[in-house]
Design a protein around this ligand. Structure first.
Ligand code: FES
Length: 204
């Protein structure tokens, strides 16, 4: 004979177990989603107000964005032709839209549509946020012929020509990286002289 009370308890235990299992599955999915969001946040800088909004102003000092010298002023003497560093405006490093790639090439290497007025002593600066999906770009240095060095975004292999206004040479990026003005001060450190001369961040 079936014990009716035992049957009810068994059903309740089964329901409780199923609810617990379902709870564990949902918690795992939420956890995995959170990790994915964190990863995407690293690859793609955060947006402000629905777009990538720089807060760089003329006069802002250029500082190293990473490495052993992170936070220190950059000096013109720090870069040789063919070299590049990522920089931020001093005091404004919490806005990822402000990240900039500072490049040094031979002064004669630049051609249209580069805005030569925004360069100084062979130094040029562009937004470091890829115009495809917003990854931070990298520098590919060619030691034997420094002026053929270039900028590449390794997320989907977009290539930009720093000597021609960061024109897109390959890959899915739809527009060049926006140039921004810089100049060398009397003490050899650098300041920005303008805002970006075009849109920054993903354009797709
Ligand atoms: S995010 Fe740079 S190529 Fe896709």
């Amino acid at each position: 004979m079936v014990d009716k009370n035992l049957g009810d308890k068994g059903d309740k235990r089964g329901i409780t177990r199923r609810r617990f299992t379902l709870g564990v599955i949902i918690a795992s999915i939420v956890g995995a989603f959170g990790s994915l969001l964190s990863l995407l946040k690293i690859l793609a800088p955060a947006k402000e107000g629905g777009g990538y909004v720089s807060t760089i102003k003329p006069g802002d000092q250029l500082i190293y964005a990473q490495g052993a010298n992170m936070g220190a002023d950059i000096k013109v003497s720090a870069l040789n032709a063919g070299e590049s560093v990522l920089v931020y405006p001093a005091g404004k490093t919490s806005n990822p839209a402000n990240i900039v790639q500072l490049i040094k090439l031979d002064e004669g290497a630049y051609k249209a549509p580069t805005d030569i007025k925004l360069t100084d002593q062979g130094l040029i600066a562009y937004s470091a946020i890829c115009t495809h999906l917003g990854c931070t770009v990298s520098w590919v240095e060619k030691k034997k012929s420094p002026d053929t060095s270039y900028t590449e975004c390794f997320c989907h292999n977009s290539i930009f020509d720093p000597t021609r206004g960061a024109k897109v040479l390959a890959g899915p990026a739809p527009i060049p990286l926006a140039q921004i003005g810089i100049k060398v001060k009397d003490n050899g450190t650098l300041v920005f002289t303008s805002d970006f001369k075009g849109p920054i961040g993903p354009q797709v």
